[in-house]
Design a protein around this ligand. Sequence first.
Ligand code: PBG
Length: 314
Amino acid sequence: MRMTPALRGLIEETTLSAGHLIYPMFVTEGSGIRREIPAMPGVFNFSLDELLREVETFAHCGLGGIILFGVPGDKDEHGTSGWTENGIVQRAVTALKREFPDLLVSTDVCLCEYTSHGHCGVLSPDGRILNDQTVELLARMAVSHAQAGADLVAPSDMLDLRIGEIRKALDGAGFHELPIMSYAVKYASAFYGPFRDAAQSAPTSGDRKSHQMNPANAREGLREADADCAEGADVLMVKPAGYYLDMVQRLRARYDLPIAAYQVSGEYSMIKAAARNGWIDEARVARESLVSIRRAGADIILSYYAVQFGLGLI
Ligand code: PBG
């Protein structure tokens, strides 16, 4: 059954198409800016004008959508630029939905890109994240994204009870139908390194181990996902993807909800770096990595390769 392409095609179990993929994009203040992330060739910080120009280049290729991250001009202890009405992400969402009404525009909901200390929440005097005060701000942020016109909000903070509070806040503001994609099983991973350069969101001290999961734990991830389900999540995400396919498979088996997986910055950078050294075939490795995430059970993949796949470059 493997002797010819026709036979192989006949029994191919897993499909991958552009519609399964969400492309992460970074939007920053200013104009005329298109700054490539050193460790992520092909991935940029865009000012809003350049962001619109970039989206134009792939708007026709049927991607599942994009997810926006903000790289703000101002940061403070409460991450105010993340939840004000005229924040960079809010303005980008409105402009994108005006220019590309059919494109699914989702937003990352977390404070780390907007706080001066780079932590995912408001800090107590002794440097701990204050869960409930932070969740209140995350709910405000989600509502501001909804008001700007987002199609989907994706909380990535991993604090407790945020899905329920965001759901309540969205409902209270009249956004009963807006879905929440929860970063439900998110690990404290070293694979986020290049992203933190891209989003300028590395914590100035300490780490994220008090809220993101220990890579050694699996059962705990199921408890995290159970909680998010009970609180009203519409999509459950595992992150990173490629090294956590066991978690993708477990979630797929346990829930009927759509499952997403985030092929994170470090996963992308490693493929790019090896390819640049001539050590691997980038297109084949990139496709294989994405198919494997689908095979494990992901309906949706967030990947920096989304556009290259959509345009037929990988
Ligand atoms: C938090 C967030 C992070 C990523 C997505 N959302 C960084 C973190 O948790 O430190 C990482 C994505 C990547 O590495 O590509 N806003």
